[in-house]
Design a protein around this ligand. Structure first.
Ligand code: BGC
Length: 760
């Protein structure tokens, strides 16, 4: 429906009707109006499959929902580093939504993994905003290609579950822009989602539902967002303030705020135009969906299951493979150990919980894919918290001893990670850790397959030969596991998050959770690998890490120029060759480094991911991968300009195997094109003049005078070396100079300041 027609409709609505449209009709449905022919539409979670509740409703996955396909969760698809794959999952979910008449899928969930403790990390994509933003955009584009809306969530800075409805994320401007908003910026610009869901929390003291800066100035005016903003379920604070800020729809509804809207319009504190704009956005969504209904769409369950298996195959990360213990051979006698071989943990708890129509375990898949192979099974543990069952462990060790290889299917139980609360430690249940140790002691060829939604500590790592991270891999996880374990597919996932050695090493260890509902993000932009690489700290497994059954080599790194201006694009190409004997996919990672701190410059991470691509290579095949970088690849957020800013300096373009391992690198000089305005005064330091071309000539004279004084003490045992004199002068405010240099007088300095501040 055209915007004109929508506006016509809005004109025909009474104030009461308009106010009613600003909240849902119930838990999942938007308001409708038979009088004006405005139909009823339903929304549903998301993000990795449909949780459509057609009867009893809730937002925590307690009541039943329709049978659907559970695709791998965000923790897994993040590790695929594969835009096409995620888009394919999106379009399958879009078709399913058409088939069951849902207008919007509530996802992608894309908050930054600030700490591995966040209970909802299993739904989120990455600790890196580029990766999270790109893959979120792919999911949006896939779902929306079927004329179903999406709702990237939770906007923004919602990186913990503890007190998520009352805490305030206290974040400085640069960190917000570079880390916690740039993921959403990318998703919005590349995906134009139909809706966006604001988060429960406050940002710097303001609930996001009523944050005009966030919802209007940044989202709509800067990023060009055209859709509607809805609250997370129950995230509304002040309804009238929220409308003014740009929050259109309160969910769930109808709630108790309709009268507030009517009163505010009647008494003139809320302009009716603001209300009309929000209602128009809601109607636009309703008609966009109903006018593009695909009534021929069919929910293809088996096809979905096959896609879930293929997807998980491309998500799993091979973390360790000593002595090429993997892939297994069908001729080997293998002991499968652990309850997750029979009953895998494949999804997380809460609003994303899907009623999977079928779940395929590794044991079930092995029976079909490896007929006649010698696989035994020992349960090893019960999926309950911290129980150690010595009988099950002894049985498992026995089974391991009798086999050529032991594969332990372990991980975190549901109760360890979920929406609504955070983890308190990074360990697996003690019973499972003891099981792994016992099995490894019984059989040196032990492999662990992990089912968890976020990083864990692995005190047992040196005792096993192989580790395969399956994450929460969706309903077909078992099939994907068998195909990877037995070499029918080659692992190609890479970690989208760092696995630290210990919880205490994590960048926000001291601040996570907050005090009195104030959560200080004091680590700033140093989130995830940005922190560990900059501190050169050992980690268990770095961001971007993952092994393959084949080998890749990199050559011919080529930059289109060795120096550019900020507005010029830089093209980077590199050749990647599969040097092994089997086919496989490789994730090519490009980082930009800005080493060393420039005088007056800001502190930057050692390197930041600025491009990635996943390519498939036959044995011996070489492909050239090309990246085009724009100024944002080099930029930081400048808090004087309140804009992106490129510092003039040398950067390094780095092609890496992971955040720590640089394979090839080349320098490039970039000349920034923006000036940061500055007004000199008596408190300006001499160092600032040193780097200001205008001040350089004047300063030369000044240095002679000052240098002369300092030189008086020069000599072997002088207390003041010339380095020290220069350093002291660099940091000295202009006002202090007369005290040290007789020839410098205050009026002279004022003259200097006036000259420096004079417009050209
Ligand atoms: C969650 C959202 C979800 C909504 C509806 C909330 O509790 O935070 O992610 O979409 O419920 O179920």
């Amino acid at each position: 429906m055209t915007i004109e027609k929508i506006q016509e409709l809005v004109k025909q609505m009474t104030l009461e009707e308009k106010a009613a449209f600003c909240a849902g009709k119930d838990f999942w449905r938007l308001a409708s109006c038979a009088r004006l022919g405005i139909p009823e539409v339903m929304v549903s979670d998301g993000p990795h499959g449909l949780r459509a509740q057609k009867t009893a409703q809730d937002n925590l996955g307690i009541n039943d929902s329709i049978e659907a396909v559970c695709f791998p969760a965000g923790c897994a698809t993040g590790s695929s580093f594969d835009r096409n794959l995620v888009k394919e999952i999106g379009s399958a979910i879009g078709t399913e939504a058409q088939a069951v008449d849902l207008s919007v899928v509530l996802g992608p969930a894309m908050n930054i993994k600030r700490s591995p403790l966040c209970g909802r990390n299993f739904e989120y994509i990455s600790e890196d905003p580029l990766l999270a933003g790109e893959l979120a955009a792919s999911l949006i584009n896939g779902i929306q290609s079927k004329n179903i809306g999406t709702s990237p969530k939770h906007f923004a800075a919602n990186s913990q579950e503890y007190h998520r409805m009352s805490n305030s994320s206290e974040i400085d401007e640069r960190t917000l822009r570079e880390i916690y908003l740039s993921n959403f910026e990318r998703a919005v610009k590349q995906g134009q989602p139909w809706t966006i869901m604001n988060s429960y929390n406050k940002i710097n003291g303001t609930y996001t539902c009523e944050d005009k800066w966030l919802l209007t100035d940044v989202l709509r005016e800067e990023w060009g967002y055209k859709g509607l903003v809805e609250t997370d379920w129950g995230a509304m604070d002040d309804r009238v303030a929220a409308l003014k800020a740009g929050c259109d729809l309160e969910m769930p509804g109808p709630g108790d705020n309709k009268q507030d809207i009517i009163d505010a319009v009647t008494n003139g504190t809320l302009s009716e135009e603001v209300l009309d704009t929000s209602v128009a956005r809601i109607l636009d969504l309703i008609f966009k969906y109903t006018e593009n209904r695909d009534t021929t769409a069919v929910f293809e369950y088996e096809k979905g299951h096959a896609l879930a298996a293929k997807a998980e195959e491309q998500c799993m990360v091979l973390l360790k493979n000593d002595d090429a213990v993997l892939p297994l051979k069908a001729s080997q006698k293998v002991a499968f150990i652990g309850q997750y071989a029979e009953k895998p943990r494949f999804q997380g708890g809460g609003s994303s919980h899907i009623n999977a129509f079928r779940v395929e375990s590794a044991l079930e898949a092995a029976a079909e894919l490896l007929p006649g192979s010698d696989i035994t099974f020992a349960r090893g543990f019960e999926d309950s918290v911290d129980t150690v069952d010595p009988v099950l462990i002894a049985e498992a060790a026995e089974a391991a001893r009798a086999a050529d290889v032991a594969v332990v299917f372990a991980g975190l139980p549901d109760s360890y990670e979920s929406e609504g609360y955070d983890r308190t430690h990074l360990r697996m249940p003690m019973g499972q850790e003891m099981l792994i140790e016992a099995v490894a002691a019984a059989n040196p060829n032990t492999v662990v397959v992990l089912h968890n939604g976020s990083a864990i500590e692995m005190p047992w790592i040196d005792k096993v030969k192989g580790v395969l991270e399956a994450y929460l891999g969706g309903q077909a996880v078992g099939r994907a596991e068998i195909r990877i374990l037995y070499g029918m597919a080659n692992p190609s996932g890479r970690l989208a998050e760092t696995f630290p050695l210990r919880l205490e090493d994590t960048p926000c260890y001291l601040d996570f959770g907050g005090e009195d509902d104030i959560v200080r993000y004091s680590e700033g932009v140093f989130v995830g690998y940005r922190y560990y690489t900059s501190r050169n700290m050992p980690v268990l497994f770095p961001f971007g890490y993952g092994l393959s059954y084949t080998d890749f080599s990199y050559s011919n790194l080529h930059l289109s120029a060795d120096s550019i201006r900020e507005s010029e694009p830089l093209t980077v190409s590199v050749d990647v060759t599969n040097t092994g004997s089997i086919a496989g996919a490789e994730v090519v990672q490009l980082y930009i480094g800005a080493k060393g701190r420039k005088p007056n410059g800001i502190i930057r991470p050692v390197r930041e991911l600025r491009g990635f691509d996943k390519i498939y290579l036959e044995p011996g095949e070489t492909k050239t991968v090309t990246f085009t970088l724009d100024s944002r690849a080099f930029a930081v957020w400048n808090t004087t300009l309140h804009d992106w800013y490129v510092d003039t300096r040398e950067y390094t373009v780095e092609i890496c195997a992971n955040a720590f391992d640089v394979l090839l690198s080349a320098p490039v000089n970039v000349t920034g094109e923006k000036d940061i305005p500055y007004t000199y005064n008596m408190n300006s330091i001499v160092g600032r003049l040193m780097h200001d071309p205008k001040g350089a000539a004047i300063l030369a004279n000044l240095q002679n005078v000052f240098g002369g004084e300092a030189a008086a003490g020069d000599g072997e045992d002088s207390a003041v070396s010339s380095e020290m004199a220069i350093a002291m002068m660099e940091g000295m405010p202009l006002r202090s100079l007369p005290g040290f240099v007789d020839t410098i007088k205050k009026p002279m300095l004022q003259q200097l300041i006036d000259m420096l501040n004079a417009k050209e």
